[in-house]
Design a protein. Sequence first.
Length: 120
Amino acid sequence: MSGDEYGLGAIRPFISRYRPDFPVGYVDKPGFIKLANLRPDARPFVPILMFVDPKGQVRQQFYGDQAQMRTPEPTIRSTLNELIKELAPPAPKKAGRKAPLPHGRRLCSEPRTSVSAFRR
C-alpha cells in the first residue's frame, strides 16, 4: 500500500510490471495518517510494514528503523502465522469415542482362529 502523494502514480506501473498475486492499494495522505495512527506532523522512518486484518484493523506495525526490520522475513513469517491462527475458522471437532460393543464382544487386530481347529 502506498500512502504518499506520489503513490497513486507509482502503483499502476508496479502492477503492470510485476503482476503481484496480492492486493496492492493506495490511500491518500490523510487516510494513511489515520490508518497508521500517526500525528499529522510525524516523519516516520520508512518503509512502514503494516498487517491489516479483513476488518481493516491494523494488527501489527513496524517502522524501517526498528530492529525487526533489519531482517524482516522472520518478523513477517511469525506475524502472519499468528494472524492466520487467530483468523482461521475453527477446526472441525474430532469424532468422539464410539459406543462400546455389546457385552462379551471385543475388537481384535489379529484374526481369531476357531477353537475347533485345536481339538484333537
